[in-house]
Ligand binder design. Structure first.
Ligand code: FAD
Length: 560
């Protein structure tokens, strides 16, 4: 058994930001299933929103975010996000983040969708990478104990509070029990439940599913963001920075079709609006090839592209054989971000005492029904820091009881699933089930949804759960058992898929990224509330309504 005062699960921006908040000498451990610097945060390109410029304001940022959220975001949390943003950006600068600069030497800021001001601080188009590496170096210097390639398997609760974690060490193939005074889940999103996604392979929603199984409340799982511009075919992200820095979207006739859907904001309307517009163009026969649209950067010129968008240019070249200064890039929308997650308050506390959550795995509801570009990276560092601070207060409490009953139960679950002699009823494959799940989610729980298709998705996902339960399981007692990891991750994803489809089927209105063809209007009288989900005694999800926090802004029609 291992002891640490503070345990952080997840080595992305959220986990590392929380870790570096602790003064040197604090006993902090960071567990990560992939090496921290490979965390998905490192793929983020566009930037971190913060109202830094003299003629911008926190109030503008709050309003843009509330409107972007289609009034479902909690305004108290949004105020926290926006008001702490500038200070956190400056702190990152002091830590050594190489922000791109204005000629006067200030952090440069670019436009991203749904913002009324160029507000995203960036490092060319490798913003996530630059900050992740800076924070990682800081964490090493501060003596944070890092456990790479350790997988959280289960949370151990004793007397109703978190008492420890059951973790699988990939290298040795052994289970370890980690006791702690307080733990933070910073395990990222679950985009991999969709076949077409910009998310990396590790984004399987482990922390969200594990917390739910342990009794934590989840919220707003129906709200899934589809990014308008991913490379056609591979779904590699082409950052919103490409449109922020002047790129155009054109249909087969070469027309800038966004004039039809968002005449004021054009290409820089929020992502839900742009994704729907692209699909509408394709549906109406104005797409190219078998269903794509062009992102045109040719008018920007090679110099500007190489200076501001080097990664975009390289990705287009490597994966679509396109020189973006000469030829438009073929793009299509794909899943990008999970707005839903573990319900937390502004101090990142979940409904389980002793357990915090932050970043994409959590839902503090700063994004509501639709996230604005640049607000997620800001969320990781603002709420990562808040989680770190809260843990420093909580760590003064006595050590929770030693996990006994919970540990016995967790070990017997493990033995039943992965132990030597565990049942082997079916030769079905993890990959076949995973492929079917991704297809169902992309085809029936995507940008345009209907009650009929969502119901079908729920029924088909139930069949997949039965196939999963009968699956041949890989014994867990040898090192680098990747098959076992694939098996566990699929279990998490099936659970999250079911809740995403279930919550989407229940919400009979359209709001933000959740668009129901059969209920195309927003319906505030009936639906201006969060969807809360908890696990019933029979293991099935129970859906309830949760109140939205309002401070300054009352709902208005959302036009761009
Ligand atoms: C391609 C791309 C570009 C993006 N660009 C932007 C942008 O420009 N601006 C913006 O605001 N947002 C952007 N986003 C969104 C943003 O990058 C993410 O929401 C954010 O980085 C998530 O950070 P995180 O710390 O919550 O999780 P992650 O960075 O995903 O880290 C999750 C961590 O959890 C660990 N983990 C997971 N499961 C387990 C387990 N079972 N046991 C142990 N460890 C586990 C992983 O090892 C990893 O270290 C982008 C997203 C993508 C996909």
């Amino acid at each position: 058994m291992i002891f640490h005062d503070i345990v952080i699960v997840g080595g992305g921006l959220t986990g590392l930001m929380a870790a570096v908040e602790a003064p040197p000498g604090t006993d902090v451990a960071l567990i990560s299933k992939i090496y921290p610097t490979r965390s998905h945060s490192g793929a983020a390109q566009g930037g971190f929103n913060a109202a830094m410029a003299e003629d911008d304001s926190v109030e503008n940022h709050v309003f843009d975010t509330v409107k972007g959220s289609d009034y479902l975001g909690d305004q108290d949390a949004i105020e926290t996000l926006c008001s702490e943003g500038p200070e956190v950006i400056r702190k990152l600068e002091q830590m050594g983040v190489p922000w791109s600069r204005t000629p006067e030497g200030r952090p440069a800021q670019r436009s991203l969708g749904g913002a009324s001001f160029p507000r995203a601080c960036y490092s060319a188009d490798i913003s996530g990478h630059a900050v992740l590496h800076t924070l990682y170096e800081r964490a090493l210097a501060a003596g944070v104990r890092i456990y790479p390639e350790w997988h959280l398997v289960e949370l151990l609760l004793e007397e109703g509070r978190l008492a420890g974690l059951l973790v699988y060490d990939l290298a040795t193939g052994r289970l370890e029990v980690v006791r702690c005074r307080v733990a933070l889940l910073a395990t990222g999103g679950y985009g991999r439940i969709f076949r077409k996604t910009t998310n990396g392979h590790a984004n399987t929603g482990d922390g969200t599913a594990i917390a739910y199984r342990a009794g934590a409340v989840l919220s707003d799982m129906e709200f899934v963001q589809f990014h308008p511009t991913t490379l056609y075919g591979t779904n590699i992200l082409i950052s919103e920075a490409a449109r922020g820095d002047g790129g155009y979207l054109r249909n087969a006739a070469g027309e800038r079709f966004m004039a039809r859907y968002a005449p004021q904001k054009m290409e820089l309307a929020p992502r839900d609006v742009v994704s729907r517009s692209i699909f509408q163009e394709i549906k109406d026969g104005r797409g190219l090839g078998e269903g794509y649209i062009n992102l045109d950067l040719t008018h920007l010129g090679a110099d500007k592209i190489h200076r501001l968008l080097p990664q975009v240019n390289e990705l287009a070249h490597l994966y679509a054989a396109v020189d973006s200064s000469q030829t438009p890039i073929p793009i299509e929308p794909a899943q990008h971000y999970s707005m839903g997650g573990i319900r937390v308050n502004r101090d990142c506390e979940t409904s389980i005492p002793g357990l915090l959550a932050a970043g994409e795995t959590a839902n503090v509801s700063v994004h509501g029904a639709n996230r604005l570009g640049g607000n997620s990276l800001l969320e990781t560092v603002v709420f990562g820091r808040r989680a770190g601070r809260r843990m420093l207060e909580m760590v003064k409490r006595p050590m929770p009881p030693r996990p006994r009953v919970s540990l016995e139960r967790a070990l017997s679950n493990w033995q039943a699933n992965f132990g030597v002699g565990a049942p082997r009823q079916s030769d079905d494959s993890v990959f076949a089930i995973r492929e079917d799940m991704g297809r169902i989610m992309t085809d029936k729980v995507g940008v345009f949804r209907t009650g009929v298709e969502l119901k079908q998705a729920m029924e088909e996902l139930a069949v997949l759960r039965s196939r999963y339960a009968a699956l041949r399981v890989p014994a867990g007692e040898h090192s680098f058992n990747q098959q076992l990891i694939d098996h566990m991750e699929l279990g998490f994803m099936l659970e999250l898929s079911e809740m995403t489809a279930g919550a989407a089927w229940r919400r009979t209105e359209s709001r933000g990224a959740h668009f129901r063809i059969d209920y195309p209007r927003r319906n505030d009288p009936d639906w201006l509330h969060h969807t809360l989900i908890r696990r019933g005694d029979d293991g099935r999800p129970i859906y309830e309504a949760g109140t939205v926090a309002f401070t300054r802004f009352q709902p208005q029609e959302r036009g761009y």
